[in-house]
Design a protein around this ligand. Structure first.
Ligand code: KG4
Ligand code: ZN
Length: 335
């Protein structure tokens, strides 16, 4: 018997719903981005995000079912992201999913957003052999995780200050590129010289698997201030390329170090920054030299989406791991 799951994701600024069969067949994956609304503020405004989710959530769910050519009665379960994320934003999805699960008398499955990002990899490779080292790298997290089996995560290291995506967004803002900054820096960097500006790489103590990106971000800001004070021209593409290179160098080196330390031969990328072209290219190249393999989702499944939530939910469904209808949003839920 196949298992059809409707999933809802509203943890940040994308209102998303998907229908996925057996954790692998994506029947629909609807993402309504609020980026245009938040762009004029230079970042996500939590209160605005909640209101937008409320406006959009029912339409997005309807569209996910229509595109899958299914109605509510064909669903086996309803899954939803309940953390981490913005509390008001999460509550909209959690309330919608609870109402549907209650009305249909079907199981409700609560999903950790980060587990969702990791699971995007299992959508295309459900039989992937574990253990793997996963670099979860998004707007809110930069974590190195050892995954021994689905649902078993050991945190090996994390950022001590800014998340990598946050640094991309802040640097894009000071360069006047707009929001969200990651894809804009990634595109602009392609035409820049990544050796043009010397920027620091924070490796912390020897052997440390923690990250720090605030020094790198500050170094870019200081470089731009100095250029402005001296009236020197700034080549934005060179800044973008040098910054991207510095961030990617540390992400690649620490991920490979984690894999070496734990003798793991498969590396996984997850989260919005996993869409970064240089990161994908560099980690694949360096891992291959050590006989290791790297997998990552297609870009649309790296950034926030609901298909990854349905995939994570499928594995919980198989374990009978259901949530009560009292499920609440948990803004700082750990992996
Ligand atoms: O996973 P995600 O969609 O949301 C969170 O859970 O945070 O990640 C969003 C982050 C943003 O900081 C965005 O700038 C970054 O991922 N991002 C990228 C790229 N695409 C998205 N960063 C670097 N290069 C990209 N191509
Ligand atoms: Zn995310």
């Amino acid at each position: 018997m196949s298992v059809t799951i409707l999933s809802v994701e509203t943890s940040c600024d994308e209102t998303a719903a998907a229908v996925v069969v057996d954790g692998t067949t994506v029947k629909s994956n609807i993402i309504s981005s609020q980026v245009d609304v938040h762009r004029k503020f230079g970042g996500v405004v939590p209160e605005v995000a909640s209101r937008k989710h409320l406006e959009l959530v029912n339409h997005v769910i309807r569209e996910a079912l229509d595109e899958a050519n299914l109605d509510f009665s064909s669903l086996d379960a309803v899954a939803v992201t309940y953390g981490p994320g913005l509390v008001g934003a999460l509550l909209v999805g959690v309330s919608a999913a609870k109402a549907i699960a209650f009305a249909l008398d079907k199981p409700l499955i609560g999903i950790n957003h980060l587990e969702g990002h990791v699971s995007a990899n299992f959508l295309s490779e459900p039989e992937l052999a574990l253990p793997v080292i996963c670099l979860v790298v998004s707007g809110g997290h930069t974590d190195l995780v050892l995954i021994t089996s689905i649902g078993q995560y050991k945190l090996l290291g994390a950022t001590r200050d800014d998340a990598a995506g946050e640094a991309f967004d802040k640097v894009a803002r000071v360069l006047g590129l707009g929001y969200p900054g990651g894809p804009l820096i990634d595109a602009l960097a392609a035409s820049g010289d990544d050796t043009a500006i010397h920027l620091p790489r924070a490796y912390l103590a020897e052997g440390s698997l923690d990250f720090s990106f605030s020094g790198l971000k500050t170094a870019v800001i200081n470089y731009l201030h100095r250029a402005e004070q001296k009236g020197l021209p700034v080549n934005k593409a060179d800044v973008a390329a040098s910054f991207r290179r510095a961030a990617v160098d540390v992400l690649v080196d620490k991920t490979l170090l984690a894999a070496r330390k734990h003798q793991i031969s498969t590396i996984m990328l997850a989260g919005g920054v996993a869409a970064n072209r240089l990161l994908r290219q560099e980690i694949t190249y360096h891992a291959a030299r050590e006989g290791k393999r790297v997998i990552y989702p297609p870009p649309v499944l790296c950034t926030d989406n609901a298909a990854m939530i349905a995939c994570a939910a499928y594995h919980k469904y198989r374990r009978g791991d259901f949530a009560p209808l009292t499920l609440n949003a948990v803004p700082s839920l750990p992996l």
